[in-house]
Design a protein around this ligand. Sequence first.
Ligand code: PHE
Length: 340
Amino acid sequence: MQKDFEERYHLITAVKDFESLRVAFLGRKGHVPSLRAQIKTLPTAEERKQLGARATALQRRVEDGINALRLELEDRAIAKTLEQERADIDLPVLDQHELGALHPVSLIRNKLEQVFQRLSFSVLDGPDVEFEDYNFNKLNIPDHHPARDMQDTFYLQNYQRLLLRTHTSNVQVHAMEQHSPPLRVVSMGRCFRCDNDLTHTPQFHQIEGFVVDNGISFAHLKGMIDVFLRALYGKELATRFRPSYFPFVEPGAEVDIACVACGGNGCRVCKQTGWLEAGGCGMIHPNVFETLNIDSESYTGFAFGFGLDRLAMLYFGVDDLRVLFAGQDEFLSQFPTHLQ
Ligand code: PHE
């Protein structure tokens, strides 16, 4: 009888066979009840006991078998449904155009962010709409200072002390107010000046970098500029420092980069000079430190501010700055989504 069960058990493949298995063994006329019916016909107590035990064992085996089979068939049914309803969630590979493009300035910005993070700089943000104090006064540019004219400023109508920041140097002030040295900071973002020609747009972008610590010198500044330009352009680029005046640094300099487009021989991009003005730099003025309660006897620091748009022009060999902000799909769609 047990053998009969095993044979039937192994034959079962479909859910409906549970029922015939159950009926055959456990049903009213099934094997188990008929074994139990035989018990009372046996002569000795010992024989009755043995047959009772067999009937119970068979019943358990059948019940366990049915349960195991049910689970197995359920699993099989789920696996089958999953297989049939399998959804392909992988997106097909898009071609470059469908992927979209990042704006060349964003590409340079992302790349520089990586470069400076690797040099253990913190990346900070600053407000585009700024108080005069942060854009000028605390950077050693007092009211009525001629430097305010140098940077033709957009003021907010009806808000005398608010303006669109003319440079990212406002981040120096925020950073030094909120954190004490040592500081290694870069910040990238929009700036605004009333300017509009081949190499100037009213809205442009800068990268500001500064380091404040003990014993920081102009040599560190030059070294840092070389390092980040090499990391950006993937090759050694000559730089030229021309003494210049920015009220918040002393000494101060303007930085020219050897034209990447022509290697310094002269071309349209560099207006035949072989050099491109990239930005300003210098040693942070002691007055700035004192205003921000940093001891200028213990600390020195350097700062630089470069035009991100200029760096992007050089990188991609674009010869007119304004095309960066003209919003032409034909121009913008040529760019990738990231730089190596
Ligand atoms: N903020 C200056 C400008 O926009 C550039 C600069 C930054 C100069 C840091 C010196 C130090 O013209």
